[in-house]
Design a protein around this ligand. Structure first.
Ligand SMILES: [Zn+2]
Length: 350
């Protein structure tokens, strides 16, 4: 009995994200009842004072139940009516939270939209919208990473893809004829039809990458991507690309560039290489291939997804907990129509 008390006390001291990890660990083998999830959300999101999810005020009363049994609350301070999952990207979707958890598991398994929609009993369109709402919320996690120790960096390239931009849309004009699938633009070299994605990975497996510009990397795009992401105490290992020199010099980061022939560099008896970043590129390319041509406007989101699940030093339950926790705590709201209306070449320095 005292063991149980200890567990309960320890549980109460956990943060919201850690409680989610604990919860998803103990519930991963059982089919969790929706009521259990709802109780969990009330406890973790509203706390002991049963505070409002919008204004944090504690004059909150129970206000009947939705048709599906979900408890409704009313805040007497701000007047808002809400349910335990409100004020998150799940707001207004009218789907039970258990379905969202199921969907996150599909994302962990890199399932396609069709596979996920069948598994969760939602439409392919909903599966698409959820994918990007979740990734928008998780971007807040991946944008806060900090790479330290020996950091390997190198850029990789993806063909520009206008997939998902309707050719009859008034706001979009196809800048060129569509490529047939499988057409290789590589023969044109690093033309304006390639998106440059600078990537970096450190010794603990933490990675960062984002689409930066069209064509060859520049010093300013390397600085823009890695500013605040790579620790000034890190040792940065790259190939002979000169764009990294200005970045490391201005941030006073130790830079080791590889010998062009051997792809290694020996300093003070230590051998430095770029194998880890090459392995990262392979994983990222394999991940993108699974989705048969990712549209450039969503490329950044797919990288967020890859980076979350590519770190194999984290257990599956921990990643699921991290995703669920951030999905509910990210301070963003994403409207359905804004997802497909994204710019065909978003935030690229052309
Ligand atoms: Zn309120």
């Amino acid at each position: 009995m005292s063991d149980l008390k200890d567990v309960i006390t320890a549980y109460r001291n956990l943060s919201f994200s850690d409680r989610v990890v604990f919860y998803s660990t103990v519930s991963s083998d059982v089919d969790v009842r929706e009521e259990t999830i709802q109780t969990f959300l009330i406890e973790t999101r509203m706390g002991d004072n049963c505070s409002c999810l919008y204004c944090k005020g504690d004059h909150v009363v129970r206000n009947g139940k939705r048709k599906d049994g979900t408890q409704r609350f009313l805040c007497r301070d701000c007047g808002k009516s809400f349910i335990p999952g409100s004020n998150s990207i799940t707001t207004g979707t009218r789907k039970r939270m258990g379905i969202w958890i199921k969907y996150l598991k599909c994302m962990l398994d890199k399932k396609t939209l069709k596979e996920s929609s069948e598994e969760c009993g939602i439409s392919v369109t909903t599966a698409f919208l959820w994918r990007h709402k979740i990734l928008d919320a998780l971007r807040e996690v991946t944008d806060k990473v900090y790479l330290d120790g020996t950091v390997e960096a190198d850029e990789t390239f993806f063909n520009v893809s206008y997939k998902g931009n309707h050719k009859n849309s008034k706001s979009f004009t196809m800048p060129r004829k569509a490529h047939k699938r499988g057409n290789d633009t590589h023969s044109k070299g690093l033309s304006a039809e390639k998106v440059c994605v600078p990537c970096a990975v450190d010794t603990s497996g933490v990675s960062y990458a984002r689409p930066a510009k069209l064509g060859k990397p520049s010093s300013s795009c390397i600085s823009a991507v890695f500013e605040g992401i790579i620790s000034p105490d890190a040792t940065l290992c790259t190939d002979n690309e000169k764009a990294y020199r200005a970045f490391s010099k201005s941030r006073d980061i130790r830079l080791i560039q590889m010998d062009t022939d051997s792809h290694i560099s020996v300093r003070d008896g230590i051998t430095y290489g770029v194998q880890r970043i090459n392995a990262y590129h392979r994983t990222l390319k394999e991940f993108m291939q699974k989705f048969r041509g990712v549209s450039t406007k969503h490329l950044g989101n797919y990288i967020v997804w890859n980076n979350l699940i590519a770190n194999n030093r984290r257990k599956r339950e921990e990643t699921l907990g991290l995703m669920f926790g951030h999905m509910l705590s990210a301070g963003i709201s994403v409207r359905n129509r804004d997802i497909s209306a994204r710019s065909p070449l978003p935030s690229l320095e052309v």
